[in-house]
Design a protein around this ligand. Structure first.
Ligand code: GFB
Length: 315
């Protein structure tokens, strides 16, 4: 990408999209294109076609999606499959019709089979049954990466697909009903500390293992791959290390400074027992994650406290 190329970041306000915007600005890319979902509903094909025909972006980061934690995926599965299939289908088709030079599609590590061999290599895709709680989202994301591969094959487009692991960082969703575990624990321990509560309830047994990548590392990786990788094979993006939910809970409890008890609500689902990514392809392409988990938790908690102050002043 040249610094004055027109780069469209779809989903620029979200956890991933806002990190990509920060990274592109820091690197001096000066011609960034973005729209809020009220300005442009990416589920509406005609709106997307008009937008692309008018703006003609050179590059597209497709970071817009309907995302959520295990409970949201399970409960709103029809919305997850519809919104994500419509968004990605409209953007990928409009990118092709308007000769976008290159598009990067963001998938997720949940696309792999529930009981895939660990760590999960890209070739394990479609090798087994999916985790039921997020099957709808996973099917949509698999359809998206397959669309990119088939558009490349039939039309000669250059649409690459990456599969990030669980992400965390600034601008995450902290709503306890729909969020992922990382922001949920930051909020739960912070509120328990400031309100002198005796205990914090976590979902499930705490036994599942998850890999956590800071979203600034992800943004660094996707800009790197947009500039250095052309191909139809999907690329995992992660740290290559995982941790149990129980260990993560202890780490966040310690960093937030909560001194009470942790209680497990085993009526809530554990989900996939493990989804550690094999990142050897990414490492061979020349990229490695840099932000250490303990450091990342501290950075995210500091951001969260500033965000809360800002919210309070707004009210
Ligand atoms: O992050 P999470 O919601 O999604 O849950 P997944 C991860 C693990 O943390 C599960 C446990 O075992 C949860 O039971 N957990 C413990 C909690 N306490 C909490 C809590 O307070 N809130 C939440 N949310 N979890 C998602 C997929 O799976 O991974 C998405 O559903 C997406 O589609 C995302 O792929 C990356 O990691 O299990």
């Amino acid at each position: 990408m040249n610094k004055d190329d027109k780069i469209y970041v779809a989903g620029h306000r979200g956890l991933v999209g806002s990190a990509i915007m920060r990274k592109l600005k820091k690197e001096g890319y000066s011609n960034l294109l973005f729209r809020t979902s009220s300005e442009l509903d990416l589920r509406r094909q005609a709106e997307v076609e008009d937008f692309f025909a008018k703006e003609k972006p050179d590059y597209v980061f497709l970071a817009a999606a309907k995302v959520g934690g295990i409970k949201a995926n399970d409960r709103y599965s029809a919305e997850f499959i519809y919104d994500n299939i419509m968004i990605q289908s409209n953007v990928i088709e409009a990118a092709y019709r308007n000769n976008v030079k290159k598009l990067l599609f963001l998938g997720s590590s949940c696309i792999y089979p529930k009981y895939a061999k660990q760590p999960m290599k890209e070739e394990y895709l479609l090798d087994g049954k999916l985790e039921p709680t997020n099957e709808a989202y996973a099917i949509a994301k698999i359809a998206g990466l397959k669309m990119c591969q088939h558009y490349n094959k039939q039309y000669g487009t250059n649409f690459i697909s990456v599969m990030p692991t669980n992400l965390y960082g600034p601008n995450d969703n902290f709503n306890l009903e729909t969020s992922h575990v990382f922001p949920a624990l930051i909020r739960k321990f912070h509120e328990a500390k400031v309100n002198n509560k005796d205990e914090v309830v976590i979902w499930g047994t705490g036994k599942p293992r998850r890999e956590f990548l800071h979203v600034d590392d992800l943004a660094d990786a996707v800009v790197y791959l947009m500039n250095n990788y052309d191909g139809s094979e999907i690329i995992n993006i992660g740290t290559g290390k995982d941790i149990s939910i129980r260990e993560l809970t202890q780490l966040i409890k310690e960093i937030v400074g909560f001194e009470g008890k942790i209680v497990n609500d085993t009526s809530k689902p554990d989900g996939t027992p493990r989804k550690l990514l094999d990142v050897s392809k990414l490492n061979e392409l020349g990229w490695k994650a840099r932000i250490d988990l303990r450091e990342g938790i501290k950075m995210t908690y500091e951001w969260y406290k500033i965000y809360l102050d800002f919210e309070e002043k707004e009210l």
